[in-house]
Design a protein around this ligand. Sequence first.
Ligand code: NAP
Length: 303
Amino acid sequence: MYDVLIVGAGTAGMTAAIYVQRAGKKALVIDEKGYGGQIVFTAEVENYPGFSNISGAELTEQIHRQAKELGADFKVEKVTGVERKGTNFIVTTGAGEYEVRSVIIATGAKSRELDIPGEEKFKGSGVSFCATCDGNFFKGRDIAIIGGGNTAVEDAEVMSAIAKKVYLVHRRDEFRGDKLAVDRLASKENVEFVLSSRPLAVTGGFAVEGLKLEDVKSGEERTLNVNGVFVAVGQVPDNSAFADLVKLDSSGYVKAGEDCRTSTDGIFVAGDCRTKKVRQLTTAAADGSVSAAAAVEYINRTE
Ligand code: NAP
């Protein structure tokens, strides 16, 4: 029997696995998409201590290798539910069931959608949620990126080297992303900031032809002529599989404080999927270690 089943193989989950193994317990990490989480598609990480510049893919490889070398197991399955059985838990996946001593939820979050006309129609053929993945399809073309956080700012920088023209569309007149990165972007000749603008629709026939916007101050509408739209408006969690066992907040994040303890003893939570203010690689790694220590304490206490 595994001591700790960790749901999600992003930075939080893999860090938890490292700490569980180092505490002499056995960890199983389950992720429906493999391993790495959101950071895999980040071209350059510049704020993880010890690395002034490293690609997300390289960083993730190193964390994964470290967890594997310590003896953690990884499986690619989808977790569909968790039930209590005495002081143990039964975790159900698409492939079967696991009885484990403790569970760490580290499911991260996925891209938020805009829910505007045209978004669904052109998804995968002109509307993208990942500039690093799909950017090259827009070589020499005009594109718009929607969002004002670090993802949108970074995507705009990536796309400025690929596309002919990049519009960065944000609903307020102030960015949420890091000032240094915004300043660097402002100096790019082919990048134009379109501020205080709300996206209304992605337009086009067989292919994307435009992005319809509303100026939130004047109410005026206009359409940017673009061939592609990148949506980078933040993330939403997906914790529905755990909703019967742990308390979620109104946005679907697992309720927990800095101690990573959920409303159910024996189930812990780490990383972007929990209620918190700062969602960063560093805080995901911190949660991984805190949740692992709490899980080990639970196992020892209930043995
Ligand atoms: P975020 O920081 O939550 O920003 C989302 C942006 O989308 C906000 O500017 C928000 O506008 C806008 N937005 C939300 N809903 C919208 C809608 N319906 N229509 C139009 N705009 C909408 O998300 P993120 O950029 O994906 O970043 C998530 C977390 O990861 C953040 O903590 C970020 O710092 C971190 N991150 C870090 C790095 C890095 O450090 N290298 C890279 C990427 C991401 P408002 O500003 O008006 O709310």
